[in-house]
Design a protein around this ligand. Structure first.
Ligand code: P71
Length: 477
């Protein structure tokens, strides 16, 4: 397939430092084979996350200079509020410094111990904020959404039958709201269809339960609706977004994704009573309601980013760039999750490294090799992140060991993506050389952030380079 070229030109560049394989070998060793502990300036292409890593536009930077840093009533807040109201359609707009604070405000206020919040799949921070209240987070994605190879246009859909069952079993009084995550990050960045949102809305209405969105990647989701769902091809992505949110009562958002900023977030909702409670907590933990933990200039950047992200030339390029990386890998026989989602390509590490058992962290072994050989940073979403011991001390592993290549917005060129594809393909050819890992340190919770590991068996020889002029080739010359 042909994918659109960059619909922007580059006005500011950030040089990347040359780093030799020897330096990377030392950096990853000192990091205890944990990619989170590797200094970012030793990385060539950083695909750790698409969160807070976007390049801002000239228009956003110009907005930064127009920051009004008044403690109360900053003009940038009013601009931000009017843009959020226009796109999302919710009356009350509460700024926060990032998504998890939006979640914390919402769930500390309206959620009670023993209650349950259903979603397609809750993102980690959302689940943690729900569980922190002594409540339960229920993932009700359609069955296809859990199968890495099931082909479905809207694998992020929330199963309305599962929702109906949960509401009937638990009683609507125990479900303060239903959430839909767009796109469904933990399910591979898969979109949710408008038809599904309508179906979920109907179930919610029948039970008298409000519907909220986790709107992090709403523009990417709405672009997929335009491209894939019948009846939407002639609607603008902005119109689709308005329709999507009109089916709900509010949303939380980390603007670090589709807000195209490095920091920011908000809650938007229609319920005035909830707004008052959230605002009281906001003042306690984040700041005055017209800045919510952000500078005036940051609010201006979010306001402008939310408009820019709905530009369809941008979205066609964005979704195309991620799809292209997926296509290059798939054509070369690299096992990836399909269809490719909106913000990342996921490699199936168990199939990639069939000789490395799950107890030896195949995903992390791949992450380490990608960094050591090519200077690419990916992140493991598998047995290191989710594995644990059961009550009897036996190891429990997740079903999948994935490696996520998350693509920052407007940061890397298509040539960078080709370099990533060539590197992964090269590693795939040489996969027998990769060894499993064992833990030498693990924290009791969220161990992947601070774990230390070592390689099992002798240190592997360098994998031959990808045969194109990538960063580490020049550095060796
Ligand atoms: C991602 C992130 C960033 C992240 C956060 C925590 C651990 C590792 C990486 C953040 C999300 C998200 C969704 C759907 C809420 C948040 C939290 N994603 N909902 O994918 O994807 O937003 O970081 O602004 O607090 O790398 P926040």
């Amino acid at each position: 397939m042909r994918f659109p070229a960059e619909p922007f030109r580059i006005k500011v560049v950030e040089m990347l430092r040359r780093v030799t394989r020897e330096e990377r070998e030392q950096a990853i060793r000192e990091a205890g084979l944990n990619i989170f502990a590797v200094p970012a300036d030793t990385i060539y292409v950083d695909l750790l996350t698409d969160s807070g890593t976007a390049a801002m536009s000239d228009n956003q930077w110009a907005g930064i200079m127009l920051g009004d840093e008044s403690y109360a009533g900053s003009r940038n807040f009013f601009h931000f509020q009017s843009v959020v109201r226009e796109i999302f359609g919710y009356e009350h707009v509460i700024p926060t410094h990032q998504g998890r604070v939006a979640e914390n405000l919402l769930f500390s206020t309206i959620l009670k111990r023993g209650q349950v919040v259903p979603s397609n799949i809750h993102f980690d921070t959302t689940r943690a904020n729900i569980e922190h209240q002594g409540a339960e987070a229920a993932d009700l994605v359609i069955d296809e959404g859990l199968d890495p190879y099931a082909l479905h246009s809207f694998k992020g859909n929330l199963d309305p039958a599962k929702l109906e069952r949960l509401l009937t079993d638990r009683g609507a009084a125990n479900v303060p709201l239903v959430m839909i995550t767009v796109t469904n990050n933990s399910g591979g960045g898969q979109p949710v269809s408008m038809a599904n949102v309508r179906a979920v809305r109907q179930v919610c209405e029948r039970h008298g339960v409000p519907l909220f969105f986790d709107a992090c990647r709403f523009a990417e989701n709405c672009y997929f609706v335009q491209q894939r769902e019948s009846g939407y091809a002639n609607k603008s992505v902005t119109e689709i977004a308005r329709e999507l949110f009109s089916h709900g009562d509010g949303c939380t958002m980390s603007a670090k994704k589709d807000g195209l900023v490095n920091m920011g977030g908000f809650v938007a909702l229609n319920n005035a009573e909830w707004t008052q409670q959230l605002t009281n907590l906001l003042i306690l933990i984040e700041g005055f309601p017209t800045y919510g933990g952000l500078a005036g200039r940051d609010l201006e950047a979010v306001a402008r980013g939310l408009r820019e992200v709905l530009n369809e030339d941008y979205l066609a390029f964005r979704i195309g760039q991620v799809a292209q990386l997926g296509e290059l890998l798939e054509h070369a026989g690299v096992p990836i999750v399909v269809p490719v989602g909106g913000h990342a390509v996921y490699i199936d590490a168990r199939r990639f490294l069939e000789h490395v058992p799950q107890s030896q962290f195949p995903g992390q072994a791949l992450v380490v090799a990608l960094y050591r050989e090519f200077g690419i940073r990916a992140v493991e979403v598998g047995s290191l992140m989710f594995g644990h011991k059961d009550a009897g001390g036996r190891d429990v592993f997740p079903q999948l060991d994935l490696v996520r290549l998350a693509i920052p917005r407007r940061v890397y060129t298509t040539e960078h993506m080709r370099f990533v594809a060539d590197s992964v393909i090269q590693l795939h050819r040489e996969r027998e050389k990769l060894r499993g890992l064992r833990l030498t340190y693990e924290a009791p919770v969220l161990r992947h952030f601070t774990a230390r590991l070592e390689e099992i068996g002798p240190a592997p020889a360098a994998v031959p380079d990808a045969g194109r002029p990538g960063h580490e080739l020049r550095s060796r010359a």
